[in-house]
Design a binder for this molecule. Sequence first.
Ligand code: HEM
Length: 471
Amino acid sequence: ALQPASRSPPEGSRYPPGPEAGREHYVVSTEKVANDLLRERGSIYSSRAQAPASAQLLSDNLRPVLLPYNGVWRNGRKFMHQVANASVAPQYHSTQELEATRMLADLIRDPARYEHWFQRYSAAVVFRLAFGKRIDTGDEEIVQQIVAVNHNLERIASPGAYLVDTFPILMKLPRFLAPFKREIEELHRREHSLFRGLLEDVRERMKDGTAPKCWERDFLENQSEFNLTDDEGAYVVGTMFEAGSGTTSAAMMSFVLAMVLHPLWFRKVQEETDSVCGAKRMPYLDDVRQLPIVRAAIKETLRWRPVTAGGLPHMSTKDDVYEGLFIPANTVIHPNQWAIHREPELYPQPESYLPERWLDSSYRTTFKSPLSVYPNLHNYSNFGFGRRVCPGQNIAERNLYLLAARIAWAANISKAKDEEGNEIDPPLYDYTAGFNAQPKWFPFELQVRSQERWAVIEEELKRGAESDPLK
Ligand code: HEM
């Protein structure tokens, strides 16, 4: 369950282990050990290794996801919790529902671009919450810039991308001898001015009373309480947006893959949404309580194809002993989610997509009642561990249920057919290697279930546009 990693991070992990010299790495492959160390001993195992290229040069020690266990991280974390949890209150339901309707309409009109729609609308939800702006009427250029920031982070944080992560002594080179410094610092300037620009934009709109309630405004109104500088606050909000959009869309792509490969489960999800909502209205967030099959299908998707497959590594800050094993300070612990979610004692037939393991009481290690509450994603290892656990998990959870329920309610999904009418099986595992593991584009068919349902979507689009506070 706890294996030395001989300095190589697990497959799928895209965050670098940091300066290598003499550093120990352990890969954790059971939930118990991950919880024992990262959660129960959270005061020791909640830091991150500081890779010079991504944490220092690109982020200037401002990006919360990469920060060590220090005061800036703690202050940022408090803010993130507060705003993310406030954002799932009932008055924000319509925000997620409106964007979900838009996504559904675009997906039905042009299913082949499903990757684009998932990305765009996962981003749209967080964009609204973070900056009080609609992504479709907002500045398209800003959206593109944020996508570029994400790409840069992924590239620069990839293990082996920059020699300076292996030999931190290279940081001592003067700028004129270190092209990598000039290159990455330029990228930092760009992302810094983008994040600050978004903050200043809300500050300006607050002056004339046109800034809607959003995370940036919450920050500016309570800045002294959160004890964060303008730069720190801008990075907290900016990187919540960054961490929140790609992850949710990656999970949705795996959900569609699961449904194409398991048509019986897709049928069950459809039957459930039909029995709760009928044909005359689509599912809403308030219906989620009554949709255990939808929740199970999502939970099983995340188990079967965890988004952060290699897990985000934590680093210890003190010497420790675990079951007789000495773990020195500054050890990097990789919670390998791929393995954690395939522990056969907890998940029999781990390679199979079996939503029933969350719904049927004969699955003793996973089933929990009542089904109006379980399954859910609370404390689910997919979102990490302990003090570093994903602060956006509640937002992600609602988005995933809502999108899954609505796709099933609105459309039929099936395998694509070749010219001779034979079904095309999408590959079981052909995933991107990035930080967010997602299936590469695959063909499938998606059609609206009836004109009646399409009319409901169009009506809802109209109604949503009229009542949208950001219109
Ligand atoms: C399916 C969707 C998502 C998945 C699977 C996911 C997963 C994760 C994981 C595994 C971590 C690392 C936790 C650890 O170190 O133990 C993390 C951290 C983080 N996530 Fe998420 N996440 C998702 C959605 C979101 C959303 C919607 C937001 C924001 C609105 C968000 C914001 C963050 C931030 C800011 C961190 C860094 C926390 C820190 O280092 O203290 N995530 N997420």
